[in-house]
Design a protein around this ligand. Structure first.
Ligand code: NAP
Length: 444
């Protein structure tokens, strides 16, 4: 039994009902065995045991009244996992599928992602089992006001600065911020992803998708390749997917397929992103509507079939576990060369294993989708200095960070004997920085 095995056994014993969290912790820890061989001082200081225990978990009641005058009760969460590198930072997710285990896994991943950006931010995640889909604006506002009335007690510019995530977009961030401002009587930067009118940053909307393409471009460049002429499939048609597709096309690639939760569209000559944007961002309709303007496009129900399409590059940008073993086999057999994750943990552990084994270039989400949090920190910097940077300025800082992340994970993978394995590279690079900060700060 190694140190890592012992710690994992203990973690399972202490958290018997948190399957999702245990699964992610296991995947991360398996990459770290080599780190403890080189750094016995981490084991001595019980760094791993401390790293796996959240600094604070907050759970709270969120009561609100629906449009029929009926009382509804949801559950709110904030997992403030690790602040060794800086104030907690991580999104809020509003979706019926969430629970404590899911938030712990997302917060754990966020610690490493934030560390990889090279910025001074710790890791957190939170949200609620409330789903804004199908609710009226007034209902969403009442829910957000109730949620923030409690969350306000635990956040602040130097404490914890949440952002959006699934189910929390501009509208929700606006309502959350409005309530904070009213009850705290402070126009602080306590949430990022805000509207441009009240402190938001240019490029925040595009950041995760653009960042994904910047890191991919760097991986291609390292192999003497370019995006121009490549055929790409992108899953999802939400924030990450749309802007990844937009940037890929700007750089000369062709996006041949995209999906949503109902089905996918496929056109070998290329999908028109402005039309998909119009359907998804403005009309909030199904991707099927694309056929109204492009009747020759193929539409198939069910989103999984997307992965059967032959392509050079696959970008899973929709949701957790959307790309399973069967889909990975299809992609590999069809000759895919690069898979870069825009979503958080879209590939199942089995799919990830197959990608790594096949020798294709696999960029895991914790590195590849770090563009969003990077730009959130740029938003914080602009607000605290009362400055407003141009689109080009923010975009070039974002690009620089994504290139640095690639170089860092590539270097770490090589240094620890796993050349080309960016899952190992990202976990080691992210973890070592946090571990060193924890060591420096004593037993806390
Ligand atoms: P979003 O705007 O809500 O979009 C999600 C998209 O995925 C929607 O088009 C949705 O379809 C589609 N979808 C849902 N389930 C699907 C499935 N099983 N198959 C195919 N498509 C499906 O969310 P987002 O902000 O783009 O985030 C996507 C992922 O990226 C999440 O994992 C999120 O945590 C991660 N992420 C986001 C950011 C960010 O800055 N936004 C940053 C880092 C990571 P419908 O339109 O039909 O609902």
């Amino acid at each position: 039994m190694t140190y890592v095995d012992d710690v994992l056994e203990d973690l399972k014993r202490k958290n018997p009902y948190e399957g999702e969290f245990i699964q992610t912790a296991t995947e991360i820890l398996r990459c770290l065995n080599v780190v403890f061989e080189r750094h016995p001082e981490f084991q001595e200081a019980k760094i791993l045991e401390r790293f796996l225990e959240p600094e604070r978990v907050i759970m709270f009641r969120v009561p609100w009244v629906d449009d029929n005058g009926k009382v509804q009760v949801n559950r709110g969460f904030r997992v403030q996992f690790n602040s060794a590198l800086g104030p907690y930072k991580g999104g809020l997710r509003f979706h019926e599928s969430v629970n404590l285990s899911v938030f712990k896994l997302l917060a754990l991943e966020q610690i490493l992602k934030n560390s990889l950006t090279g910025m001074s931010i710790g890791g957190a995640k939170g949200g609620s089992d409330f789903n804004p889909k199908g609710k009226s604006d007034a209902e969403v506002m009442r829910f957000c006001q109730s949620f923030m009335t409690e969350l306000k007690n635990y956040i602040g510019p130097e404490i914890d600065v949440p952002a959006g995530d699934i189910g929390v977009g501009l509208r929700e961030v606006g309502y959350l911020f409005g309530q904070y401002n009213r009850i705290a009587n402070r126009h602080n930067c306590v949430l990022t992803g805000s509207g441009i009118e009240y402190g938001g940053s240019l490029v925040r909307r595009e950041a995760t998708g653009y960042g994904l393409i910047y890191i991919l471009e760097e991986a291609l460049k390292a192999r003497g390749e370019i995006l121009e002429g490549k055929k790409i499939i992108v899953s999802g048609s939400g924030n990450v997917a749309l802007y990844a597709a937009e940037k890929a096309i700007q750089l000369g690639a062709t996006v041949i397929a995209m999906s949503d939760s109902k089905g996918y569209i496929y056109d070998e000559n290329g999908i028109s992103i402005p039309f998909v944007k119009h359907i998804k961002e403005e009309k909030r309709k199904c991707i099927y509507e694309y056929l109204n303007d492009f009747p020759d496009t193929i539409y198939k129900e069910g989103s999984k079939g997307l992965w059967n399409i032959k392509c050079d590059i696959a970008l899973p940008c929709a949701t957790q576990n959307e790309l399973d073993e069967e889909s990975a086999i299809k992609l590999i057999n069809n000759g895919v060369k690069y898979v870069a994750e825009g979503a958080n943990k879209p590939s199942t552990p089995e799919a990830t294993k197959l990608f790594l084994k096949s020798g294709l270039i696999f960029l895991p989400g914790k590195a590849a989708n770090a563009g969003g949090v990077t730009t959130s920190v740029l938003e914080m910097a602009q607000r605290s200095s009362n400055m407003h940077w141009s689109f080009e300025e923010v975009d070039s800082r974002l690009k620089r960070t994504m290139v640095d992340i690639y170089r860092n994970i590539d270097k770490m993978a090589k240094e620890y004997g796993f050349e080309g394995n960016y899952v190992v590279g990202a976990n080691i690079a992210g973890f070592i920085k946090v571990a060193k900060a924890m060591m420096a700060q004593g037993i806390v």
